[in-house]
Design a protein around this ligand. Structure first.
Ligand code: PLP
Length: 404
């Protein structure tokens, strides 16, 4: 590797999540004696002479060759992400969706099947339903957390089972151990999209899943200023994914990789605050007379609360709630009355974001379809940032009052 004296990676398990986030994957001494990693703004890498090309091809000299196959900053981020997640290896992509497409295209063949829990990110399911099927892959969905239905959907042709945890916006919590065990018993690869929980709150690889995927656009980058995605897992199973990425070309620019490395350093700190804000805001909303119901795994009222407490360090910043006796316009008035959270899609950044799923993601769907997806008109999704929870609560309180 380029960084033989990677600090931290000698004992990654022994170090805490914050120390790992700050140091893992990085060389102790860097070019120019810089404490930060340089951004190698280079699309190609040159060779001294013909023999050094041959040495590179014969794998005697680890180094870069051409930007689509990798750049030094990307490797640092991949090693850091693998260490934070407790995995052998990581492959970085230009977005979470590029990571999902890359992983599935690298492993699935015509005639094989893939089964999803049905609350997974809609674009992930859309890719399988509309596109993988064009290449002869069968796509099935079963109700989220229905493990019997998941098992019943598996056939000898099944290659992959996929879930998210917690799901978005319903925040269902999957029993990762049980999910991974189903995969192992049937000889099927298992994938958890862990974007919402992050490696700070949940470590799916320790429960035996084969791959963890993140939209690094969300908490990992953490500042609403970049798109990226990563797949983490065993080195051998990721080799075809890395190879295909070099062909697909869904790679990050060196500048983007640096932004992600910088964002990752504060992951543990930020997650502590996202977790605290999520819980405080969820508790406030649950006690508010204008709120019908709150979905947050940290609340005792949540159907998967016990499982969440047993398996997760914290419950993240995403809070879903329903405004009591409100139609879509009255619900929109709450959104339009808040002063701190910005109105927009996405989650996981330092700035709080608020949206009405009906409008933001399901406006063009029929009422029947919305009922199937369980997206009522009075649903609000709040992605708590790292502001002070007292300010967020005061703001929400005023918005609920003035939108009455
Ligand atoms: C945002 C998101 C994705 C897609 O990631 P991009 O970086 O936007 O491509 C996938 N899964 C989940 C759970 C997400 O929230």
């Amino acid at each position: 590797m380029l960084n033989p004296d990677v600090s931290g990676s000698a004992h990654p398990a022994a170090l805490g999540p914050s120390t790992t986030a700050v140091h893992a994957g990085e060389a102790r001494q860097k070019p120019g004696f810089s404490i930060t990693d340089p951004i190698f703004a280079s699309s190609t890498y040159t060779f001294r002479d013909t023999q050094s090309i041959i040495d590179f091809i014969e794998q005697k000299q680890p180094r870069e060759e051409y930007g689509r196959y990798g750049n030094p900053g990307e490797r640092v981020v991949e090693d850091k992400l693998a260490a934070i997640e407790g995995g052998e290896s990581g492959v970085l992509f230009a977005s979470g969706m590029a990571a999902l497409v890359g992983l599935l295209m690298a492993h699935l063949n015509a005639g094989e099947e893939i089964v999803f829990f049905d609350e997974c990110y809609h674009r992930s399911r859309e890719f399988c339903r509309k596109h993988l099927t064009r290449f002869g892959v069968t796509f099935r969905e079963v109700p989220t957390c229905d493990y019997a239905a998941m098992e019943a959907a598996i056939t000898p042709r099944t290659k992959f089972i996929v879930s998210e945890s917690p799901t978005n916006p319903h925040l269902s919590v999957v029993d990762i151990g049980r999910f991974a065990e189903i995969g192992r018993r049937h000889g099927v690869l298992s994938l958890i999209d862990a974007t919402l929980c992050t490696p700070y709150n949940l470590r799916p690889l320790e429960s035996g899943v084969d791959f963890v995927l993140h939209s690094a656009t969300k908490y990992l980058g953490g500042h609403n200023d970049l798109l990226a995605g990563v797949v983490i897992g065993g080195q051998e199973k990721l080799e075809p994914v890395r190879h295909l990425r070099g062909i697909m070309g869904g790679v990050n620019s060196p500048h983007n990789a640096y932004l992600l490395e910088r964002g990752l350093k504060t992951l543990a700190l930020r997650m502590e605050r996202h977790n605290a804000n999520g819980l405080a805001v969820a508790q406030f909303l649950e006690s508010h007379p204008r709120v019908e119901r709150v979905l947050y795994p940290g609340l005792e009222s949540h159907p998967y609360h016990a499982l969440a407490v047993r398996t997760m360090r914290g419950f993240g910043g995403l809070v879903t709630f329903f405004v009591k006796d409100a139609d879509w316009r009255q619900t929109a008035r709450v959104i339009d009355s808040v002063k701190i959270p910005r109105i927009g899609p996405s989650l996981g950044g330092v700035e709080s974001l608020i949206e009405q799923p009906l409008v933001m993601s399901y406006w063009n769907y029929s009422p029947t379809e919305r009922a199937t997806f369980r997206i009522p008109d009075n649903m609000i999704r709040l992605a708590c940032g790292i502001e002070d929870s007292a300010d967020l609560i005061a703001d929400l309180s005023a918005a609920l009052d003035c939108a009455r």
